[in-house]
Design a protein around this ligand. Structure first.
Ligand code: CA
Length: 496
């Protein structure tokens, strides 16, 4: 019932005193739910993003597209077609051209067809297809830019005001369901002007097009759509309405983990400008203390919706071995993790995977040390825990790409492309989780000074691709494609 990730405890073997830290987190039933969820696909194999830099009257239409593969398998581009619907202004023909595309303009085909059943906003459509040389769109990947042109053959201005697929408001890539996508001729994304919609159970009759591939009806061998989440944290602050609209919740509720009586503050989550991780901003978590509980502030941000399980999780994270101000020596924890609520003591469905960096050690061991831990369950009182964990003593100060794959019964952790650790069997998530970051002080292990100090963890981006264990290289490639297309946020992961 508690959408807030719980108190986070000490990994393995340290059941020492002071377990009041593991106090029950407050049940925040009033947690904000996003009011904007246009990016949601109801489990579509692909999602189409659209942008244009043209107005209602322009010398040409510029329908630019990206396609995101929401499945855990590669999709050959030849299986895909897109349709952009418009009203031809006069009795003139229209011409397609490709200005630039990541997949290569020579690998993109385009042709204009009349609508079999014209509507007031569409009597023609531009159909985009791909040649075999376009290759495949990898699992969890974004096609990158397709900068397309559509213009009157007489070179007069086009009137786009009456065009079904045109949206002048989409000046940056935006999920747009007025462009349709077909896989092997079956509608898999969007709604056409005649009312056929992907996932509505009334698939469009797409047969009339000459260029619809007549692929084998055995259908796609792709796994079910699982979706993609990407966020490069381009926000103004913790009160930016887009943050909540994008399903993030900054923790302000009291409770563990960390210093007993500490405050979890919205002001501890900020978004300073930085290009260090390829975007325009980074998310910054600041934990500060002067040694007293009253003046200890910890930082946590979580997805509100619990919808992540099978798939690949990744974040670009900046870790530190020293405070940004004040004296060193606190046992501090800098994290990236996924978690589900503990329904009750020893909940058999409880699920949690952690990256936890302890620059000064903690839990009775020295540092700097990175823990990776996969949980089976735990109990608050009397305290017990059941997890599998490993750690390595080494400095991880600086930027790192942390990847964890949860797929086919195995959880594998990677740091900067190298496998760090793997676990399976009972130590594998069993229910949907949130995605979370926090920074906090281990209770009872502050450095003894009364001089204020603060620690900062930064997160450049977070990425999730459902349904597959992607390699770290594929994650980097997919993220690079999103960033190069200027995509700051994308969420096609179906709500559970
Ligand atoms: Ca028109």
């Amino acid at each position: 019932m508690d959408p807030q990730p719980r108190a986070r405890r000490r990994p393995r073997a340290l059941r020492r005193a002071g377990l009041a830290v593991a106090a029950v987190a407050a049940c925040t039933a009033a947690t904000l739910m996003p009011t904007v969820w246009s990016a949601q696909a109801a489990g579509s194999a692909v999602t189409v993003l659209y942008k244009t830099s043209t107005g209602a009257t322009a010398d040409e239409a510029e329908p630019w597209f990206e396609v995101v593969n929401n499945t855990g398998g590669a999709i050959p581009y030849t299986q895909l077609t897109l349709r952009y619907y418009f009203t031809a202004d006069a009795n003139v023909s229209y011409t397609f051209a490709c200005a630039w595309a990541v997949v290569g303009c020579s690998n993109i085909t385009g042709a204009v067809y009349p609508m079999p059943s014209p509507t007031s906003s569409a009597d023609h459509y531009l159909q985009i297809g791909f040649t075999t040389y376009a290759g495949s769109l990898a699992a969890g990947a974004d096609s990158g830019d397709m900068q397309l042109r559509l213009y009157r053959s007489d070179w007069q201005n086009v009137n786009q005001a009456d065009d079904y697929s045109f949206n002048a408001a989409d000046t940056s890539y935006t999920v747009w369901n007025h462009v349709t996508a077909y896989q092997n001729g079956a509608l898999v994304w969007g709604a056409d002007p005649n009312g056929a919609a992907a996932g509505s159970g009334s698939p469009s009759a797409s047969a009339s097009s000459s260029s619809s591939p007549s692929a084998s009806p055995t259908g796609s061998s792709n796994p079910p759509p699982a979706g993609v989440l990407f966020d490069d944290f381009n926000y103004t602050g913790s009160s930016d309405p887009n943050l909540a609209a994008h399903d993030w919740s900054v923790r302000t509720s009291a409770g563990g983990p960390g210093v007993t009586g500490a405050t979890w503050s919205a002001s501890a989550i900020t978004f300073p400008p930085s290009t260090a991780a390829g975007g325009t901003h980074v998310m910054q978590l600041t934990a500060s203390t002067d040694g007293t509980a009253a003046n200890t502030i910890q930082a946590e941000i979580d997805t509100t919706r619990r919808k992540f399980l099978d798939g690949t999780y990744a974040a670009r994270v900046h870790l530190t071995d020293a405070p940004v101000s004040g004296p060193n020596g606190d046992d501090v924890n800098e994290t990236f993790y996924t978690i589900s609520p503990l329904a009750s003591c020893d909940d058999p469905n409880y699920s949690e995977n952690d990256f936890e960096y302890l620059p000064n050690g903690g839990w009775g061991v020295n540092g700097p040390r990175m823990y990776t831990t996969t949980w089976y369950t735990y109990c608050d009182s009397p305290y017990s825990q059941d997890n599998s964990s490993t750690s390595v003593v080494a400095s991880d100060a600086g930027w790192h790409t942390l990847v964890m794959t949860v797929h086919a019964g195995t959880v594998t952790y990677y740091i900067d492309g190298s496998q760090y650790w793997s676990t399976s069997g009972k130590y594998y998530p069993r229910e949907n989780m949130t995605i979370d970051f926090n920074e906090w002080f281990i209770n009872g292990y502050l450095n003894g000074s009364s001089t204020p100090r603060s620690w900062q963890e930064q997160v450049g981006w977070v990425y999730f691709a459902g349904g597959a264990a992607l390699s770290p290289a594929q994650v980097s490639s997919n993220v690079a494609a999103l960033q190069s297309a200027g995509t700051s946020f994308l969420d096609t992961v179906p709500n559970s």
